[in-house]
Ligand binder design. Structure first.
Ligand SMILES: Nc1nc2c(ncn2[C@@H]2O[C@H](COP(=O)(O)OP(=O)(O)OP(=O)(O)O)[C@@H](O)[C@H]2O)c(=O)[nH]1
Ligand SMILES: [Mg+2]
Length: 381
């Protein structure tokens, strides 16, 4: 099968390799800072399901030397492929990766990237604003990108600006910026591919559904970790209320991943889910049931950590299922009774059975990490 080629370029440490891993769904590209990581040569990535090839490059440094090195390596690769009579040797789309946390440099980065890629003068460009952890800054950053392209000849090649979080970013022990924008980037890229190598809509949809599910599970993992931390704080866990912020963040992050918006219908749907995990009698009953499982002799703080983590995990699992049904059009945001039932079922006797098993594997000396892993293994399918 012929594949399109996506050239990924940007400053050193902008997050190109991290982005590539998120798109592939595998940790294949080496990431990191300076001498401890980073990409030191051209690397090509393919995956069976992904309809295009990803070309990871050496990051540009403040000086342009490395930039030239990066570009000449790409040209060499392209020439060699063409010589070997491979048809798909052209660069079809360029991702300009611009670090969303260093606002000051957005304009200069774009200028450098435009100059460096002048030989691909009519290739479509998608600007990826990496590390877009801050939602309020996204608009500003995108504005600066559009400004930088304005009045430039290659401005018309700019097809889209997409803010991305490629990997969960912890803001503190219980707050996080979840992965975002990955499947939107895949969609946008496929859309601007030349017709001959564009993948079928259905193939991309299938790939994206799998990617969304994997990313959603990573959100559940992060939230469960945070909940275990919250739960282990030695205050009496009278009800699930102290967990609420983590649960709200979790459900909202998963909702965003599945493109569930901020309109009233979406809000009602999301609130229904959060309610089941926080103030509902179902959640409270589950907590008392766990607390009264006979024969547990671990410290209250460990037990509370298990409870909090299990609830976050089960709530996340239920949410992933529910949002996926919406995303696929199998259910609608108006099916409130349905979603309520789905979520309540997440805390059924099967849930209690799993928590019980988890507790067998946890002791007073278990670390938070061990507790989290035990829970995830049993609750996340
Ligand atoms: N949490 C989080 N960390 C990120 C994200 N993107 C990049 N990073 C971090 O930023 C650092 C640099 O990321 P890389 O992906 O190696 O950057 P690069 O652009 O490939 O760097 P070079 O190969 O040196 O040009 C790594 O420590 C990453 O973990 C993200 O979306 N979330
Ligand atoms: Mg890299």
């Amino acid at each position: 099968m012929n594949r399109g080629n996506v050239l990924v370029i940007g400053n050193k440490g902008a997050g190109k390799s991290t982005l590539i891993n998120a798109v592939l769904g595998e940790e294949r590209a080496k990431t990191g800072w300076g001498a401890w990581g980073g990409t030191d040569r051209l690397e090509i990535y393919e995956s069976d399901e992904l309809p295009f090839r990803l070309i990871d490059t050496i990051g540009f440094e403040p000086s342009t030397r490395r930039g030239r090195q990066a570009i000449s390596a790409v040209r060499k690769w392209s020439r060699e492929r063409a010589k070997a009579n491979t048809e798909d040797s052209d660069i079809n789309v360029i991702w300009f990766c611009v670090d969303g946390t260093s606002k000051k440099h957005v304009r200069r980065s774009i200028d450098t990237l435009i100059r460096a890629t002048s030989i691909w003068k009519s290739v479509p460009i998608i600007v990826v604003i990496t590390k877009s952890y801050s939602v309020p800054e996204r608009l500003d950053n995108a504005g600066m990108v559009f400004e930088a392209f304005e009045k430039r000849k290659r401005g018309r090649n700019l097809k889209k600006v997409i803010p991305v979080v490629a990997k969960t970013y912890a803001l503190n022990e219980t707050a996080f910026a979840a992965p975002e924008g990955i499947t939107e980037l895949i969609d946008a890229t496929n859309q601007v591919m030349p017709d001959g190598i564009k993948a079928g809509r259905e193939d991309v949809a299938k790939f994206n559904l799998n990617r969304k599910r994997a990313l959603a599970h990573s959100i559940v993992g992060t939230a469960t970790t945070a909940a275990v931390v919250v739960g282990a704080i030695p205050i009496p866990l009278a009800d699930a209320a102290i967990l609420t912020p983590v649960e709200i963040a979790e459900v909202n992050a998963i909702a965003r991943l599945y493109g569930i918006g901020k309109d009233d219908k979406s809000k009602t749907f999301i609130n229904t889910i959060v309610e089941v995990g926080t103030i509902s009698t179902v959640a409270r009953a589950a907590i008392s049931a766990i607390k009264s499982i006979p024969g547990i002799n671990i410290a209250a703080s460990v037990l509370n950590a298990v409870i909090a983590g299990s609830i976050a995990a089960a709530l996340g699992e239920g949410s992933v299922y529910a949002f996926e049904q919406i995303y696929q059009g199998k259910k609608s945001l108006e099916d409130i009774d349905w979603v309520k039932k789905i979520m309540e079922d997440s805390f059924s006797s099967d849930f209690l059975k799993r928590v019980n098993i988890a507790l067998q594997g946890i002791s007073a000396s278990s670390s938070k990490k061990e507790i989290t892993q035990t829970i995830l293994k049993l609750i996340v399918k």
